[in-house]
Ligand binder design. Structure first.
Ligand code: ZN
Length: 408
């Protein structure tokens, strides 16, 4: 056993690859969700590091994800630091074609606010991204090109929401990841009689398992907006059973990955047919939904690969086989989303590689679930993301409500 005096003597040990502790500036990726390695100082307030590659599939430039913290240690009120931190890509074939589209809409997170860095302060070359920052005395900020809110903080938000609505909402532990992080759901009107009534269509809203997109946070935003609406609105939705699912890939968020979990398995494209090839996280989510499959599944995405702004991902109506009514409802929903979203869309085809192993595809195929993914864009402010997803949600449930007799 250690004596308290010995514990006090111990200094916090840092991983030198993930920290640069200078006299004035500290750079680190050694925190929950951090991603960055090999921090270097060149003098004249110039620094660099490399994003840690995400060993996901070779589908896109999603490996170029980073999240680091930078701190101005100086205390004097005029000790404002102007620094440049350059992210250097571990460049190879995977990056080709993506470099010109690198996301320059970076997030600046201080623990109390999440805002964009002015894109004018971000300069890219095919291999690098130089980030110019101004740091006030004692200021510490987190910089990321993707989601910047830690998993533990999002869990706190859910727990707080549960405390505020002890009977109207129920926070459910859906399962635990290999690293013991929890996949949650929140049920609205959790009363057993309500949930036993399978004539009420079940609606599942979830974030993408691409853990550092804004999917889970978008789901939180939607739930918060839903709660602000009040009793009259909630009552109008009593014909449905509504449930929000959070953190389909919790270890990915904690480890600062996007496509993969702690074992390097791709969770987004991981809903394989054969049980041996399916990860713990995918199994948990699938088993949970299989017991009582949803009528509508809506999954939020948010990314940066291109200049397009917002768009739906539509799944093939052929998956409904002979269910003409469902095909019609799906088409109506798809048309609404398409006309709403500057015409851009992604139409997934039957057996399309990667996408036929998503949860949306599998739910539509096995349970005739009306399944949609919806992508906002990283250049949007949080309040605009909230506006769009709220609109999408309401448009879809309105169509569902109008057609509820045709569902059975
Ligand atoms: Zn996505």
């Amino acid at each position: 056993m250690e004596l308290p005096s010995e514990i006090n003597k111990k200094k916090k040990s840092y991983d030198p690859k993930r920290n640069l502790i200078g006299r004035e500036i500290v750079l680190t990726s050694e925190f929950e969700g951090g991603n960055g390695i090999g921090f270097k100082e060149y003098g004249d307030n110039i620094f660099s590091f490399m994003p840690i590659r995400d060993p996901g599939e070779k589908y896109s430039g999603q490996a170029y994800y980073f999240k680091f913290a930078v701190e101005n240690k100086l205390i004097r009120s005029d000790a404002i630091k102007h620094i440049t931190v350059t992210a250097i890509a571990d460049y190879d074939d995977l990056w080709k074609g993506w470099a010109p589209g690198l996301n320059i809409n970076l997030w600046k997170y201080s623990g109390s606010s999440l805002t964009h860095l002015d894109p004018k302060n971000v300069k890219t070359t095919p291999k690098t991204m130089g980030i110019n920052l101004i740091l006030q005395p004692k200021e510490k900020i987190f910089i990321s090109n993707m989601l910047s809110i830690p998993y533990s903080e999002m869990v706190n938000i859910l727990e707080d929401i549960q405390l505020m609505y002890p009977t109207f909402l129920k926070l459910v532990e859906v399962g635990r990841s290999p690293m013991d992080n929890i996949i949650y759901s929140i049920r609205v009107n959790p009363d057993e009689n309500h949930w036993k009534d399978t004539t009420k269509s079940k609606i599942i809203i979830s974030g993408t398992p691409q853990s550092n997109e804004f999917g889970d946070y978008a789901t939180i935003l939607l739930l918060q907006k839903f709660l602000k609406m009040g009793a009259e609105y909630w009552d109008s939705l009593l014909i449905f059973r509504i449930e929000f699912i959070f953190f389909q890939n919790p270890d990915g968020i904690v480890l600062g990955k996007n496509m993969v979990n702690s074992k390097g398995e791709n969770i987004f494209f991981g809903f394989k047919d054969s049980k041996e090839n399916i990860s713990v996280e995918n199994t948990i989510v699938w088993d949970y939904l299989e017991k009582d499959p949803p009528t509508l599944y809506l999954e939020w995405h948010n990314f940066f690969q291109d200049r397009k702004t917002i768009r739906p991902y539509l799944y093939p109506i052929e998956l409904f086989n002979s269910r003409k009514n469902l095909q019609k409802i799906y088409k109506k929903m798809a048309t609404t989303l398409k006309s709403y979203c500057n015409g851009a869309k992604e139409q997934i085809k039957i057996d399309q590689p990667y996408f036929s192993d998503t949860l949306a595809y599998k739910l539509q195929k096995k349970f005739n679930t009306l399944s949609f993914q919806f992508k906002t864009h990283n250049s949007m402010e949080i309040k605009d993301i909230e506006t769009i997803i709220w609109d999408v949600f309401n448009k879809l449930i309105k169509i569902l409500s109008r057609n509820k007799d045709k569902l059975l």
